[in-house]
Ligand binder design. Sequence first.
Ligand SMILES: Nc1ncnc2c1ncn2[C@@H]1O[C@H](COP(=O)(O)OP(=O)(O)OC[C@H]2O[C@@H]([n+]3cccc(C(=O)O)c3)[C@H](O)[C@@H]2O)[C@@H](O)[C@H]1O
Ligand SMILES: Nc1ncnc2c1ncn2[C@@H]1O[C@H](COP(=O)(O)OP(=O)(O)OP(=O)(O)O)[C@@H](O)[C@H]1O
Ligand SMILES: NC(=O)CC[C@H](N)C(=O)O
Length: 575
Amino acid sequence: MKKLRVTLAQLNPTLGDFRGNLEKAREALEIAEQRESDLLLFPELFLSGYPPEDLMLKLSFLKENQATLEKLVSYSEGKQVAMVVGFIDCREDAHNSAAVIQNGKVLGIYHKISLPNYGVFDEHRYFKPGQEMLVLKMGEIKIGVTICEDIWNPVEPLASLTLGCGVHLVANISASPYYVGKPLLREKYLSMKAYDYHVAIAYCNMVGGQDELLFDGTSLVSNPNGKVVLKGGTFEEEITTIDIDLDENLRINLLDPRRRYMSTQNLPFKFLELPPPKPKKERYPEKPGSHMEREEEIFKALVTGVRDYVKKNGFKKVVVGLSGGMDSSLVATIATEALGSENVKGVLMPSPYTSRESLEDAYQLAQNLNIEALTISINKVFESYLKALEEVFRQTNPDITEENLQARIRGNYLMALSNKFGWLVLTTGNKSEMATGYATLYGDMAGGLAVIKDVYKTDVYRIGRWYNQKKGAPIIPQRVFEKAPSAELRPNQTDQEKLPPYEVLDEILRYYIEENLDPGEIADKGFAMETILQTIDMLRKNEYKRKQAPVGIKISTRAFGKDWRMPITNRFREP
Ligand SMILES: Nc1ncnc2c1ncn2[C@@H]1O[C@H](COP(=O)(O)OP(=O)(O)OC[C@H]2O[C@@H]([n+]3cccc(C(=O)O)c3)[C@H](O)[C@@H]2O)[C@@H](O)[C@H]1O
Ligand SMILES: Nc1ncnc2c1ncn2[C@@H]1O[C@H](COP(=O)(O)OP(=O)(O)OP(=O)(O)O)[C@@H](O)[C@H]1O
Ligand SMILES: NC(=O)CC[C@H](N)C(=O)O
C-alpha cells in the first residue's frame, strides 16, 4: 500500500518579516512532526513573502532570506518530516525556489520552471527559470515538486513528471492571487488536471493580503480521480493533514489508459532518495469542504484585505467619512468586521446640502456598528474658502469648483485626524466611480487604502444586502438602499445626472475592462452605442485620477492596479 501523510501549512506570511515568517514555519514544522506527517508543504516564497517586487534587487534582502532558510534547516534537526518550503535561491542568479529539507539538511532545491509574466505577475523581471524537475522518492512513492505557475502551464512540466517520471503525487507550493470565483475555478482546474494526468495533487496556497493582492488559501488535495479529498479554508490560516492513498493512480491508469498514448518533452529531472513513509496507527480522513456564495466570498476577501493592510503596515485604527450613503456604510461595516468596533471611527461632516435623512442614516449606522461617531461641520470652512476666493472668482458662476471644495475640506479633515491620532483613512470610492472619475482628486480620493476600489456599485448594494440578511437585522439602515445615490454637493444632486444607470454602466465597464471587448462587441450585447462611447470616454479621460488614487484591494480579474497599465496620454480610439 502506498500511503503518504501530507500536511499543508496554509499560512499568512508578511513580506520581508523573515523572523515572523520563520516563527510560523517553525510552529507548522512542530505540528506536522507531531502528526507524524511524511511531507509538509509551505506556500511559494514563504520565507520572504510574495511578491517581493524590487526588494529582489537588494543583496541584503536575499542574504536574509538565505539566513532564514538556514535557521529553518537547523530547526528541522531530529525531525522526520520532509518539508518543501518556498525561498529565493540566489547564487549566480535568482530563482523562485523550493527547498526540500529533512532532519537538519537541505536535500535538494527545485527552481520554478514556468515563470508567469502576465496580469499582476512580473517574474521575468526578477527570476531565472529552472531547467530541471525534482522528484522525491520515498520508498516506492514518487513525488514531483512544482511551484505555482508550473501547474498552470497547459502541458509541462506536468506531462514530463507524470508520463515521463511516473510520479504518484504532484506537490505544488503556491502564491495564487485571488479574484472573485478563483477558489472555485482553481478547484475545478486542479481536480481536472489530476484527473487528466491520473496523478494526485497536493496544493498549498498562501493566505492573506499584500498591498493590492489577496491570497485566499483554499489549498487542496485531489486524488487522481479528480475528487477533492481535502480543502483548506478560504481566507483563513490553517494547518491541515490528510492520509493520501497513492495506489489509486495505477488502478485508474489500467481502467482508463489514455496516458499510454500521450507524449511528453521528457524534461531532465533529478531523483532525491528519502526514507520511506512509516506505517501509522490512526488515520487523517478526507475533509472536502464547501463553497461560499459570491457575496460572502467578496465580503470575506475585503475584510482580509483591510485587516492585513492595516495590521501589516503598523496601524491599529482607521477612520471613514460617513455620509449616510451606501459606499461609506459598506466600508465602515467591512472595517468593523476586520478590526473591531473600537478601532473604527466614523466622521459625519455635514454641509448645507446634507439631507436630514443622510445624517440620521449615518448616525444609525454608527450606532448599529457600535463605532464612535464624530461630527465636524464643514460650513464655516466652506464659507471662508468662498470668501477667500470671492475676488478671484468674481466674474464666474458657481460650478463643480465649489462642489469639489466641499469634498476637499472633508478630505483635509480626515487627513488631519489621521495625522493627529494615527488613524488610517479608508476611502470609499467604488469601481464604477474610479472608472468614470466620479470622485474628487485630493477630496474623497484622499486617503490610505481604497477598500472597495475594485467593487462595482451594483455589487456594493448586493454585498450590503447580503450582510444585513446574514445578520438578520438592518445594520446598514434600510433607507440607505432605497434613496438615490448622491454626492450631496449641491441641492437635489444625483449620480445619474452624470452617469448612466449603474446597472448599465457596470455591465459596460465589466465588458470593457475585465473582458476586453471593443465598443461594437459590447453593443452586440444589447447596449446603446452612445452610452458605451460615453462610458469609455469617461474611463479614458480619468486615467490620471487612477494614477493618483490610493492602493485598493483586488477582487476582480482586472483591477485598477498592477494589471491595468494604461497610458494617460492616449489618442487611440477603438474602431
Ligand atoms: N489629464 C490630466 N492630467 C492631470 N490632471 C488633470 C488631467 N485632466 C484634468 N486634470 C486635473 O483634474 C481636475 C479635475 O478633477 P477634479 O478636481 O477631481 O474634478 P472633476 O473631475 O471635474 O469633478 C469631480 C466629479 O466627481 C463627482 N464627485 C465628487 C465627490 C464625490 C462623488 C461621489 O459621488 O462619491 C462624486 C463630482 O460631482 C464631479 O462630477 C482639473 O481641474 C485638472 O486640474
Ligand atoms: N456629509 C458627509 N459626512 C461625512 N463624509 C462625507 C459626507 N459627504 C461625503 N462624505 C465622504 O465622501 C465620500 C464620497 O461620498 P459622496 O456622498 O460624495 O458619494 P457616494 O459615492 O455616494 O458615497 P456614499 O455612498 O458613501 O455617500 C463618502 O463616501 C464619505 O466618505
Ligand atoms: N505565483 C504564481 O505563479 C501564480 C500563477 C498562477 N497562474 C495563479 O494565478 O495561481
